[in-house]
Design a binder for this molecule. Structure first.
Ligand code: MSP
Length: 509
């Protein structure tokens, strides 16, 4: 296994305020980044904003602002989101930065030098909302307006354009997918991409002349680069391309690009084709997650139902929101956000199951053991079952996280928590103080050790709350990695007075 990991999120269009859909892409990447650090790896975790193109230029014009001032402002709200959601990013890229324009131009020149680009004329349908070209057979018509499959209206575009010889890459892309079965996940999406590529790839228009808000094409400044070529390049810009070859060699190819299902084609077809055409390595994986609806409805500006992640965090706390988004829906599938479901998970799984287990165990150690950690002494089959399940968790959780099955990782931990709750109920250590204090100490130590494992593996999901729990368990800050689990805490360790980890909320009437 390599000792470094480079993980990316999509870079967000600055035409809109962040909502939970945006928060979700970065959250998943954050959990993976934090898990890799727990494993002891050095991580580069990138997010940022996609600031060029017709859509952003229009949004700036609608706001009556200069595009640069506009993008400065909206980019700031995405940066603030990273703070609000506790994302452990190591870089935030903006496509209007000089380092990025340079990377785009160098990549363009490389593609041109390799004979992959030619000048022609584009004539066809374009959806500004998707910043994508569509063939006539992909469109539907309502009231005289034509729409892309995404629901975005399309317009007819006719202008000189540079083209990338995408058609020449069809077979090599298919061979790449074949040789790298985990390059596109989930598998169902991979099959969709393969079917699309097999149906035939045309050359791709990669420059525009009818507007100016973009990276200029080197040597032909009447053209700006197609915003997707510009945007995808961000992943190599941040890794050091082209001026820092040492950094680039260290980080590239990325371990994972996390993207939404709507932008998989760009990442799984165009991006590897551009990279191969430029002689650069292809990322190891692209994972496409599903889309959130809100209380059964599509998130849309006109419905005004976009949920501001910051409001949710203020109401429920950061960690319950992080937990909910990754627990509620199998990663890769679509899901529905509902307050009732969030309240249920918070009250049931976090406050009742995990919170109470921790609080009961630690309060009993305070009250009945003088706040001192008892010695390890596993005696019964019931004890061993809890200990063994806990010991197997890091590997099990890691296996799920390695394939981005975050929901299964959480399910595994909460299965263990449920078992531990059943164990504490049956063992009833609170009743043993007078009758069998030795047995009581054994039960509490078993639970303490199990909680240490649960808290350790849950850190990437709920970093603040698990930091509190680990502190209450007496685990020093520098001993919270996966490796440290092999070293038991010493008997006799004084433990602080516990405090509740989660606040229950009233279910909505
Ligand atoms: N700028 C492009 C990405 C360029 S990456 C080189 C873009 N930006 S976006 O702001 O429109 O979307 C960014 C991410 O947010 C995408 O992964 C998209 O899937 C995700 N989501 C936007 N709405 C969403 C939901 N309702 N649900 C889940 N994710 C959604 O596309």
């Amino acid at each position: 296994m390599t000792s470094t990991s480079y993980i990316t999120t999509p870079i967000y269009y600055v035409n809109d305020k962040p909502h939970i859909g945006h928060a979700y892409s970065t959250l998943a990447a954050d959990v993976l980044a934090r898990w890799r650090r727990l494993e002891g790896k050095e991580v580069f975790f990138l997010t940022g904003t996609d600031e060029h193109g017709q859509k952003v230029q229009k949004a700036a014009a609608d706001a009556g602002m200069d595009p640069q001032a506009f993008t400065d402002q909206v980019s700031g709200t995405f940066r603030a989101l990273s703070q609000d959601m506790g994302y452990s990013i190591t870089d935030f890229i903006r496509t209007t930065e000089p380092r990025h324009k340079r990377a785009c131009q160098v990549l363009w020149e490389k593609l041109a030098a390799n004979g992959e680009i030619y000048l022609g004329h584009y004539e066809g349908w374009y959806a500004v909302r998707d910043e994508a070209f569509y063939g006539p057979d992909e469109l539907t018509e309502r009231d005289g307006v034509k729409y892309a499959p995404s629901g975005a209206p399309v317009e007819w575009v006719r202008e000189p354009s540079y083209f990338f010889r995408l058609s020449a890459w069809q077979d090599r892309l298919l061979a790449y997918y074949e040789a790298n079965p985990d390059f596109i996940l989930p598998a169902s999406r991979r099959n969709e991409v393969i079917a699309f590529v097999k149906s035939g790839l045309g050359d791709l228009s990669i420059s525009r002349t009818s507007f100016t808000w973009g990276v200029k094409v080197p040597g032909d400044e009447a053209h700006v680069m197609y915003v997707w070529l510009d945007a995808l390049t961000n992943y190599i810009t941040a890794a050091g391309y082209p001026d820092d070859p040492e950094a680039f060699a260290k980080w590239w190819p990325a371990e994972l690009h996390i993207v939404g299902k709507d932008i998989l084609r760009f990442h799984a077809i165009y991006w590897p084709a551009f990279l191969m055409a430029a002689g650069l390595p292809v990322p190891k994986r692209v994972f496409a997650h599903g889309w959130w609806t809100v209380e059964g409805q599509k998130i849309s500006k006109s419905l005004g139902n976009a949920i501001d992640p910051r409001g949710l965090v203020e109401e429920f706390g950061l960690d319950p929101v992080r937990y909910f988004l990754l627990r509620e829906v199998p990663f890769g599938q679509d899901g529905d956000f509902s307050r009732a479901a969030l309240v249920n998970r918070l009250n049931g799984e976090l406050a009742n199951a995990l919170g109470n287990l921790a609080n009961r165990t630690l309060s009993l150690i305070q009250r009945n053991c003088g706040g001192i950690l008892p010695a390890i002494a596993v005696t019964t089959a019931a004890d061993s079952a809890i200990v063994e399940f806990a010991a197997s968790l890091p590997t099990e959780v890691g296996d799920h996280i390695n394939v981005q099955a975050f929901h299964l990782a959480l399910e595994a931990v909460f299965q263990a928590v449920r078992d531990a709750n059943a164990y504490i109920t049956v063992q009833a250590p609170w009743a043993l103080k007078k009758t069998d204090p030795e047995r009581m100490a054994v039960v509490l130590r078993v639970l303490h050790d199990a909680l240490r494992v649960y808290a350790t593996v849950l850190q990437p999901f709920m970093p603040d709350t698990m930091a509190k729990l680990l502190a209450q368990l007496g685990v020093p800050e520098e001993a919270r990695g996966l490796d440290h689990l092999a070293t038991p805490l010493p008997a006799g360790l004084p433990l602080p007075v516990p405090e509740p980890l989660f606040k229950k909320v009233e279910a909505a009437a």
